[in-house]
Design a protein around this ligand. Structure first.
Ligand code: GLA
Length: 397
């Protein structure tokens, strides 16, 4: 699905549910789960850093109803085929289960926590979040499903725990050693606010997302990501190795982002390998940029925020090396347009999406120009949309 595909209207979901499963529409509950952008603070959630994401107004929807038997049935409006399990199954990972693995990962975690299901259930899902597009389609799925099941069965699992369930499912089922940022913002996000999350303590603070005449434009490279997961784990491994060397060398830190840029300057010689040094340089500086960005937003200094976005992208390109020609082309072209204050990749990188801070009157010409430059250089089109903030996982109906 491209970012410009028709958005599914969630009001169509209950009638569709009844067409598939029969029964009464009144018994069906519908939940929504947002996509996210990360404004700044990239690849530091797993390094004890601070991040600054926001939930956006693109959602995945989950319609759900308990069954009178023990079956668990999944359908998705856009993916043909039905998945059927039994609530007493052990819900182990199985490649042939495709997207159902994300859901089974959540169920297996819930059962491990002692959640007891008296019966099965059936769901129908649909997502307006492009899959693999870098705005966290998989976390939207994990957290939306976890919340829907928890509310339907009265488990009352809190939002932070929902986020952790999503992250664990990703680690144990999907083999991606991700941080907590995506699931956290999807579980706790609030419309009109971005969120500053301290990933070392999970303390968080909402900051009004007041952009005046500016909008965040999401730009999708539409690049098929293949190696993304292994590269992600590789970066994580490099950070762990750098941390190990620093600690062995007597630096008293729990995580890389415990160091200020000044402290890093004093001890960088200990790491003893240029690639690892560059990774740490990114982490330490990016953490500082998050603090600066939150201050800039609070002060209404959008020009400063834009400069920080540019610096972040350069650091992810040169020091962390997770951008690639597609994201660099989008970011460079974006920054050269009139009305754009800054742009950067968002999420894991290696493809996926970038964001740009653009004046509302320039959004049309901005998209046209960046699209032209991107497709001339890359050979296929990018996807664009101007987003607004959104709400974290919620019950709609
Ligand atoms: C992915 C992961 C997050 C985070 C970002 C990079 O989105 O799921 O935990 O590490 O990459 O900032």
């Amino acid at each position: 699905m491209s970012l410009t595909a028709r958005e599914y209207d969630p009001r169509e979901l209950v009638p569709e549910f009844v067409r598939i499963y029969g029964g009464r529409g009144e018994d069906v509950a519908v939940f929504s789960s947002p996509a996210r952008i990360n404004i700044i603070g990239e690849h530091i959630d797993y390094n004890g850093g601070k991040v600054f994401p926001a939930a956006i107004n693109r959602y995945l929807y989950v319609a759900i109803r308990k069954r009178s038997d023990t079956k668990v049935v999944y359908n998705d409006v856009r993916f043909p085929g039905t998945f059927e399990f039994d609530i007493n199954d052990d819900f182990a990972f199985d490649k042939k289960n495709d997207y159902a693995n994300y859901l089974n990962g959540i169920l297996s975690q819930m059962k491990a926590r002692g959640c007891r299901f008296g019966c099965g259930f059936e769901i129908l899902m649909v997502s307006n979040v492009p899959a693999g597009g870098g705005i966290s389609s998989s976390s939207a799925l994990e957290c939306g499903f976890a919340y829907a099941v928890s509310e339907t069965f009265g488990f009352g699992i809190g939002r932070i725990e929902i986020a952790k369930l999503g992250q664990m499912s990703e680690h144990n089922f999907m083999g991606v050693n991700c941080g907590i940022m995506d699931q956290f913002i999807i579980a706790t996000g609030k419309r009109n606010f971005a969120e500053m999350l301290d990933c070392a303590t999970l303390e968080y603070e909402y900051a009004p997302l007041e952009l005046g005449d500016y909008r965040f434009v999401v730009m999708n490279t539409n690049k098929v990501r293949k190696l993304a997961d292994s590269k992600y784990n590789e970066r994580r491994g490099e950070c762990e190795e750098a941390l190990r060397r620093l600690r062995a060398g007597g630096v008293d830190i729990e995580a890389l982002c415990d160091m200020t840029p000044a402290r890093w300057g004093e001890v960088r010689g200990i790491v003893g390998e240029p690639v690892l040094e560059r990774r740490v340089t990114h982490c330490v500086n990016e953490n500082q940029r998050v603090l600066d960005a939150v201050d800039a937003l609070r002060a209404g200094d959008l020009a400063r925020l834009g400069s920080l976005l540019k610096e972040s992208h350069a650091s992810l390109r040169d020091d962390y090396e997770v951008t690639g020609v597609e994201l660099d082309t989008l970011a460079d072209s974006a920054c050269a347009q009139e009305g754009c204050l800054g742009a950067r990749m968002t999420g894991a990188g290696f493809g996926g999406c970038a964001i740009a801070l653009v004046h509302k009157d320039s959004v049309g010409s901005f998209i046209e120009n960046v699209q032209r430059e991107y497709s001339a250089k890359i050979g296929y089109e990018a996807g664009f949309f101007a987003c607004e903030s959104g709400d974290g996982v919620s019950r709609l109906i």
